[in-house]
Design a protein around this ligand. Structure first.
Ligand SMILES: [Zn+2]
Ligand SMILES: [Zn+2]
Length: 109
């Protein structure tokens, strides 16, 4: 999943074949609001990802950080011996390990 900030400041999400920066796209949010929906792609948005080093489980959650934490916690709860991590896609240094059960992760509260 690829997430971009558009020139109207709304968010555009693309499952396959992301547009390039500066491309003209249609903004569904503007369209729903009855505004001019012809906008351009402004910048990429951080996209969150869950990955497991043990079994190669991985999921993209787009702009949804808490969704990534939730999925990582769920996988860890199911397989406590697995090395489950979540972070920003493409930024290896942003990854954190899930090392505590769901109810003890302070990030969830
Ligand atoms: Zn818009
Ligand atoms: Zn796993």
């Amino acid at each position: 999943m690829f997430t971009f900030v558009l020139s109207c400041n709304h968010i555009g999400t693309y499952l396959v074949s992301p547009p390039r920066l500066g491309d003209e796209v249609s903004c569904m949010t503007c369209w729903r609001l009855g505004r001019d929906a012809n906008v351009t792609v402004d910048r990429p948005m951080d996209s969150w990802r869950v990955r497991c080093e043990t079994c190669h489980y991985s999921r993209d959650t787009g702009a949804d950080r808490s969704g990534a934490i939730r999925l990582a916690s769920k996988h860890y709860a199911r397989f406590p011996s697995h090395d489950v991590q979540y972070g920003i896609r493409g930024k290896a240094k942003s990854y954190r390990r899930i090392g505590t059960p769901v109810t003890q992760d302070p990030l969830l509260f």
